[in-house]
Design a protein around this ligand. Structure first.
Ligand SMILES: Nc1ncnc2c1ncn2[C@@H]1O[C@H](COP(=O)(O)OP(=O)(O)OP(=O)(O)O)[C@@H](O)[C@H]1O
Ligand SMILES: Nc1ncnc2c1ncn2[C@@H]1O[C@H](COP(=O)(O)OP(=O)(O)OP(=O)(O)O)[C@@H](O)[C@H]1O
Ligand SMILES: [Mg+2]
Ligand SMILES: [Mg+2]
Lengths: 256, 256
């Protein structure tokens, strides 16, 4: 049984890529077979896993636009159990190019149909927008994880995001569920964090993960070494909380 | 003489909105006539200035898509000298809706032609993408300010951003200049910040503003009160460095 999880939030800089990479690596360490898909034109998930984007020949762009076989785009990473479909600079054009393409919302879903059962988890890192790239990801997904930064602006876009998820579920993908909201970059010294957490728990009720990811400089250092946090500094708070989060994801999988 | 400045970076969460609001407010305090345009569907600049998005009748969306007169969308704010063209939820659809519209890249530029000389500065807050909303902003602008977070991923998208600016300058807007890169969320305790700053200074050479904005929790608190930092806590480091940055912008204006 395979589960496709999209990491989505149109607010920028909330920890989508950091969550996608570190969840994927933690699942791989728990002996799951994991495919990570980098759907962001910036390609942060690709470089955060130590892959040089300039050497990437085929990317997710080629699957969405040029009908390239998805298996030809999958590459190995240094993280145990994790393979990657990289992104590269061409993906920037995809939002506009997809508009006039046949079945533009279902390109990713159709491409994944043939390979889905080769993996226990497929994790999709999305760009900070609700355009056709994110819509493709939501339409292909079984579940959505929403990283929410403990900051005021983080509350603003949530209703728009939930509306979009609801629309996709009604019109394109009836199996789509919200797996949960993950609080990120929490600074327990500030009142602001406490206030935002209370708001988010009111908003999402039982859909908020118990694990809260603290602000931890090691998490922002690890991408410069091309490594997920568990391979950069497994003892730090960032690594320990992402491992704990991974356990929550694995436990909830029993329920689905 | 009016100057239109677009605040652009497709990387999310780097301080575009925080820079747009606090630069606009500081320019207003220096007795300049300022128009702030919120081109981000999230509408953070609108709420950061204390305006309730749900009460907004006409927004920048109506100017881009429905040919509404731009003067009918301008509203007052509590910040001295600053008026706003707000954003609202409809703007989310604009990226796709603009694709098949006549002169899709020039909608904002044409709309601003008639009112540009009513202001000393027009500041445009952009979403975290390089799609048609950001292209409209770059095509309408005289200058670009690029906020760059002192983090590893911040370096990744810069060449894509500079390429896009170069293309716009060559094909649509020959007067477009890079006014400068502004380093944000600097944490002087970490090595990472020091390394990123050195990289940015190599990349942008003399186009890096001398002012460096520190990470300062007061800056992330002020939007929850709907106030720019100078009206929330003028003594804090966040306010002092944005006032200093504003002076740099005013000084460089003499050169243009
Ligand atoms: N818990 C954390 N503590 C400290 N830094 C963090 C944490 N999580 C992420 N970061 C850093 O914050 C920045 C933003 O995180 P990230 O890039 O993962 O967000 P994102 O939502 O993927 O951004 P975008 O919207 O641009 O895709 C990055 O530089 C990252 O290294
Ligand atoms: N110097 C700073 N110190 C501390 N927090 C800051 C600073 N600048 C911005 N912030 C906070 O960091 C978050 C991201 O900043 P902001 O929303 O301005 O970035 P952005 O680039 O506009 O994001 P987006 O890409 O989503 O539009 C916000 O919660 C903001 O309040
Ligand atoms: Mg990302
Ligand atoms: Mg913003």
């Amino acid at each position: 049984m395979s589960r496709i999880i999209a990491i989505v939030n149109q607010k920028g800089g909330v920890g989508k890529t950091t969550t996608a990479i570190n969840l994927a690596a933690s699942l791989g360490r728990a002996e799951k077979r994991v495919l990570l898909i980098d759907m962001d034109p910036q390609g942060n998930a690709t470089s955060g896993l130590g892959v040089n984007k300039n050497t990437v020949e085929k990317s997710i762009y080629d699957v969405l636009i040029n009908n390239v076989n998805i298996e030809d785009t999958i590459i190995l990473t240094e993280s145990h159990g994790v393979v990657l479909i990289p992104s590269n600079i061409h993906l920037t054009g995809a939002e506009v190019e997809l508009v006039n393409v046949l079945e533009r919302e279902s390109r990713l879903k159709s491409a994944l149909a043939g390979i889905k059962n080769n993996y226990d988890y497929i994790v999709i890192d999305c760009p900070p927008s609700l355009g056709l790239i994110t819509i493709n990801s939501l339409n292909a997904a079984d579940g959505v994880i929403i990283p929410v930064q403990c900051e005021y602006y983080a509350l603003e876009g949530l209703s728009q995001l939930l509306n979009t998820i609801k629309l996709i579920k009604e019109r394109l993908n009836p199996r789509l569920e919200i797996d949960g909201a993950l609080l990120t970059m929490h600074d327990d010294r500030t009142n602001l964090s406490k206030q935002v957490i209370q708001e988010i728990q009111k908003y999402f009720a039982d859909k908020v993960y118990k694990t809260i990811i603290p602000r931890n400089v090691r998490l922002s250092e690890s991408p410069s070494y091309g490594k997920p946090i568990i391979y950069y500094d497994i003892k730090c708070r960032g690594a320990q909380t992402y491992l704990q989060f991974c356990n929550e994801v694995l436990e909830s999988a029993q329920i689905f």
